[in-house]
Write a protein that binds this ligand. Structure first.
Ligand code: TXA
Ligand code: MG
Length: 336
């Protein structure tokens, strides 16, 4: 199949919307990462997304809407907790997991009785959703297991020839995927960390007397540990894996720098191509913005070994980037 490349002109976005409404797969930019969209109400179209990505079919998709009233078609009722978070963080990089209405196909929700809903802030994304006339189911537009795409070229690397089109927007501002929050209980529970942090969520819901929580599986040491039972199905798969072997070096700044230097020399002596991934602690948003792009760059350079400096997880944004870094490295940590 030929993948059509659309610009962000009004006519092109409208044409991309028609392709999607007819059951096609169209990738599009959002403020977090590029999404691979299909009509969320069309089970066959959503099934084709799983095939294009090579994604396990028990992993539910996020349904994207452009305007607040559309949520009423997807969930039976809006609770005070939902309303409070929607008003605080939409449009923006937050997904709410809520009870679903019966009309949403099982393909979209991986057979669950809940659905993840997000209203992105990217103006191209919102225009595209409006023009298509349907809620859009969209996972990140990467081949399953590869780093999420933050540029149109990343999407084409993985999806050219497998999807009907892509809207070529700019680079994604945030760079990591949305914060996923389960709001089916009395407290909001973070199922996937993102740029919207637990502290921000706590501030937003304080007036309701709620406590923001984190799914305990996110605090465990990964798939090997007994308490690793994530509630978001997607969190249990090996993710974001670069082709290189990757290690995270953890400890004080000076110790980390010298450990990385000595490991680098060792690997280079053994004839390996080494990539070093060090972010400035003071600018965690920049780390989020660059993380996936850097992993793809290492792949393009045929890097054999990536040595990454751990980030402080005390800040919620550092916690979110480290969640991805740990998965990329298969939880391999070296103490400096
Ligand atoms: O920023 C984002 O969220 C991007 C852009 C395109 O919007 N989308 C994205 O989708 O990251 P995806 O499919 O790569 O990740 C969705 C995550 C998965 O971990 C999935 O298991 C979880 O959200 N999820 C979706 N619906 C859920 C539900 N009903 N219950 C629990 N987890 C859910
Ligand atoms: Mg993904």
């Amino acid at each position: 199949m030929e993948t059509r490349v659309f610009t962000t002109s009004e006519e092109d976005i409208a044409e991309a919307g028609r392709v999607l409404a007819r059951g096609g797969l169209v990738a599009f930019p959002t403020e977090t990462v590029y999404g691979l969209g299909a009509d969320a109400m069309n089970g066959a179209a959503v099934k084709a997304v799983y095939a294009a990505k090579g994604r396990p079919s028990d992993n539910p998709m996020i349904v994207h809407i452009a305007d607040f009233p559309e949520i009423e078609k997807l969930t039976p009722r809006i609770t005070p907790l939902m309303k409070c978070l929607m008003e605080a963080f939409w449009p923006g990089p937050m997904t709410l997991v809520v009870p679903k209405v019966a009309g949403i196909p099982d393909e979209t929700t991986g057979g669950l009785d809940t659905v993840g809903i997000r209203m992105p802030s990217d103006p191209v994304a919102r225009e595209f959703i409006r023009k298509s006339g349907c809620p859009i189911a969209a996972p990140s537009a990467n081949t399953s297991g590869r780093p999420s795409p933050t540029r149109a070229d990343h999407v084409l690397q993985d999806m050219d020839g497998k999807i009907h089109g892509i809207i070529r927007g700019g680079d994604c501002q945030v760079g990591i995927e949305s914060t996923v929050i389960d709001v089916t209980g009395s407290n909001p529970v973070i199922l996937r960390p993102g740029i919207i942090t637990k502290d921000q969520i706590q501030k937003a819901v304080a007036g309701l007397g709620c406590q923001a929580e984190i799914d305990p599986a996110l605090l465990s040491q990964g798939p090997q540990s007994a308490d690793f039972k994530p509630k978001a199905p997607g969190m249990k798969y090996r993710h974001y894996a670069p082709k290189a072997e990757m290690f995270i070096v953890s400890g004080g700044e000076d110790a980390v720098n010298s450990k990385i230097q000595s490991l680098k020399e060792e690997y280079e002596m053994a004839g390996k191509k080494v990539g070093v991934l060090l972010f400035k602690e003071g600018d965690l948003k920049a780390a989020a913005h660059d993380f996936f792009k850097r992993l793809r760059d290492f792949d393009d350079d045929n890097t054999d070994v990536i040595l990454a400096g751990a980030l402080s997880q005390e800040d919620g944004v550092g916690f979110a980037v480290m969640n991805r870094m740990l998965k990329s490295a298969g939880y391999s940590i070296i103490e400096a």
